[in-house]
Design a protein around this ligand. Sequence first.
Ligand SMILES: [Zn+2]
Length: 266
Amino acid sequence: MKFYDAHNHLQDDRFAGRQDELLATCEKSGVARMVVNGACESDWPHVLALAKQNKTVLPSFGYHPWYLHERTTGWLKALEDFLDCVPSAVGEIGLDRWKPDLPYDHQEEMFLAQLNVAAERNLPVSIHCLQTWGRLHDLLREHARPAKGFVLHSFGGPAEMIPAFAKLGAYFSFPGYFLHERKQRQREAFKHVPPDRQLVETDAPDQLLPDALNRFPLADANGKPLNHPANLVAVYEGLAGVLGEKLDPFVARVEENFLRIFGDVT
Ligand SMILES: [Zn+2]
């Protein structure tokens, strides 16, 4: 069986140079491809290097709203330069009204600029959204979007909005974090996602799954737990369980979905 991670951050500094070892474990576990999302300018060279060295890595370049303070005046041009280097996707980009002290106007400006780049080049784009789902929907509806579609990563929005987002071209990706007992609302939402729009992610090194499901315990230099990207298989198993489905058909369907949106990025 082949497993596809729709969203992680393999370049993250917390992995402290252990990327080769992590990738080897992922490949042994059946991880066929992973979308590795850069989140700011200083990330992008590392994402590019990982993609050049490993076929498993599908690079994605974007500016995450959490890091917008760090942007240089030439950030958008720099983003386009990275997109020109290798076949790639756009992300992680997004909107966030949950984290304090992020100037919201600047977030929208950066989000729309990057959405436009993705639309012009028809590249799949990965979107982070916290507590601003209505506004995200309006912006996506009013602006050009990549014909290929877009991924709402770690989808924690209201289940009632799923049809409206799907109509605009959304795929919905779910992390192992939603397998924690208390995340019942998110699991319920997953059941409402059209089958041809379901995706699975680890968001490693973040969004750890419950301890009992964590097959690859890992920690940073200070002993803080990290999510190993090879936990992807456990996330698939958990989500197949949420849908009350056998693993095989779920894996086959997610592969089709992943290849439909990300398949041309080679
Ligand atoms: Zn992420």
